[in-house]
Design a protein around this ligand. Structure first.
Ligand SMILES: [Zn+2]
Length: 517
């Protein structure tokens, strides 16, 4: 009898303790969500909780990662069945009551009022007897209806990641502002365009891989790691940005693509992009597959912008400052110089410049005639800009969108295309705005004015004059490749090829030395 009385008494003591203090310390520690055994989770959800016991309450620090954002949350459960203040982002504020229901279990009710009305969240926590697994059954009812989820947690920092998978709702916007018009260069079809990514996620993403596919699903080119980073620009970030592939919420990345195609141009392009979430512990990748984008119309063919031989094409490549010259003009971001070429010239002895380098007249390109590439209307003429003395640029001309072109001529070609000739000699332009010109007609002489460090002809075609509009590709209908310069060293040099190569309807490759007639 006596023994039994003691046992009953001990049992009563134990119940009393449980009812007035925190549950067993077994809740303490770090817990990770097991997504495969949980239900009704948002896409890509990972959750980690750190629980500490604090007298008659639990402190819960939660870090949640989903495809849509990162979130931290701090919660407190006080087991005295009184109402305690609680806040829920998005749902509002109110009171929480919590009650122990067993050695490894408790329930709580949040009654919240927010801009959309009232919401009640009920939670039932239970832990297995071995204290290795924790389940939260959550019921939410209110303006958004009634939802039920089960979240199963295991003790520890992480669980094994699920395999990569396509994620149709992953919050990135992939757009192609201008579909590429195919053109021929170096004997192959080229597709040159930008793929713009906007991060709609409330948190960082890391761009891991980009595949460019044709309409038949064939991979044309794939980029990852350093190769992908080298093709990205990040408007609105400091130039010192070290990880261009890591893209913050609301930020933009521009991929500069220059795809060389074996065989004919495809009808459309598709993109498959892979991402990871730097905040997630599992490293799991998300794959986004875009809808096909039809490629643009074939490019135009024009005549050469100058006469004679020894002309060398510079700054026409995927890394050129022309190609990557994406900046807003009059409130619109565009790349007018996307396909610009800076033309210099070697004389018949193979020399580009001799004598005093600060004297424009010592450059063999200086004073060469530049000519209309097609029958056209003169759209704009700028004259009277003072010339530079190499390598210095005259004060004040570099950053003014008109003066940067120096003395210049813009021709309007059929189809609302504009051909811009920049950096000409002052007083060398024999045409006036509104005048008709014929292909081959002289429209000025090569000089060194505007944003130029030495005499050369800057020529490009775009949908607008000068630095306005979008640069469009073009081909020169007939010219000869007579060699190629080696760009190394202070003074580039070139060797004539044994036999000139006639080219039809191509854009010259960078460093090609050509003869126009
Ligand atoms: Zn240029």
């Amino acid at each position: 009898m006596k023994t039994l009385a003691i046992t009953v008494c001990a049992g009563a003591m134990s119940l009393l303790l449980a009812a007035t203090s925190a549950p067993e310390p077994g809740f303490e520690g770090t817990w990770s969500l097991d997504g495969r055994r949980s239900t009704a989770l948002p896409p890509g959800m990972e959750q980690r909780m750190t629980i500490t016991e604090d007298g008659g309450s639990l402190q819960v620090k939660t870090f949640i990662v989903t495809d849509f954002g990162d979130r931290t949350q701090e919660d407190r459960y006080v087991f005295d069945e009184a109402g305690h203040d609680v806040q829920n982002p998005g749902l509002g504020a109110g009171k929480r009551t919590a009650r122990l229901t067993g050695r490894h279990a408790f329930t709580s009710i949040d009654r919240l009022t927010g801009p959309n009305g009232e919401t009640t969240i009920e939670r039932a926590w239970s832990m297995t007897d071995d204290e290795r697994e924790l389940t939260i059954e959550l019921t939410s009812s209110g303006f958004a209806g009634r939802t039920q989820t089960r979240r199963v947690f295991v003790r520890g920092e992480s669980v094994a990641p699920p395999p990569p998978s396509a994620s149709r709702l992953f919050p990135v916007d992939l757009s192609i502002p201008i579909a590429p018009s195919p053109f021929r260069q170096g004997g192959k079809v080229q597709l040159v365009y930008e793929l713009v990514l906007r991060n709609f996620r409330a948190g960082d993403i890391e761009w891991k891989r980009l595949e460019v596919l044709d309409d038949a699903g064939r991979t044309l080119e794939a980029f990852e790691g350093a190769a992908l980073a080298a093709n990205l620009s990040r408007p609105g970030t400091p130039p010192s940005l070290e990880q261009p592939q890591r893209i913050g919420g609301g930020m933009v990345a521009v991929a500069y693509l220059w795809i060389e195609v074996d065989g004919p141009a495809p009808h459309a392009l598709r993109h498959r992009a892979s991402f990871s979430l730097p905040s997630a512990s599992t490293g799991r990748e998300r794959i986004v597959e875009s809808q096909p984008t039809p490629i643009g119309a074939p490019c135009v063919a024009v005549g050469p912008p100058a006469r004679g031989r020894g002309w060398v094409a510079r700054w026409i490549s995927n890394t050129s400052f022309h190609r990557r010259g994406l900046f807003p003009v009059d409130g619109q971001a565009q790349i007018a110089q996307r396909f610009a070429i800076d033309w210099n010239r070697y004389d018949d002895a193979g020399v580009e410049q001799r004598g005093d380098e600060s004297d424009n007249a010592t450059y063999s390109v200086y004073g060469q005639d530049v000519i209309a590439v097609a029958d056209a209307t003169v759209a704009k003429v700028i004259d009277g800009v003072v010339q530079n003395s190499p390598p210095n640029i005259a004060p004040g001309v570099g950053l003014d969108p008109d003066k940067a072109l120096g003395n210049s001529v813009v021709l309007e070609l059929p189809g609302k295309l504009f051909a811009t000739y920049a950096h000409l000699q002052p007083g060398s332009i024999p045409v006036k705005a509104g005048q008709q010109v014929h292909r081959g007609q002289v429209v000025g002489r090569v000089g060194n004015s505007g944003n130029a460090t030495g005499p050369h002809l800057h020529f490009h075609l775009a949908t607008g004059p000068g630095l306005q509009g979008e640069g469009v590709p073009y081909v020169i209908d007939s010219f000869e490749r007579i060699g190629a310069e080696r760009p190394e060293g202070d003074k580039p040099a070139w060797q004539p090829e044994p036999r000139p190569t006639p080219l039809r309807a191509e854009l010259p490759v960078e460093h090609a030395v050509v003869a126009f007639d």
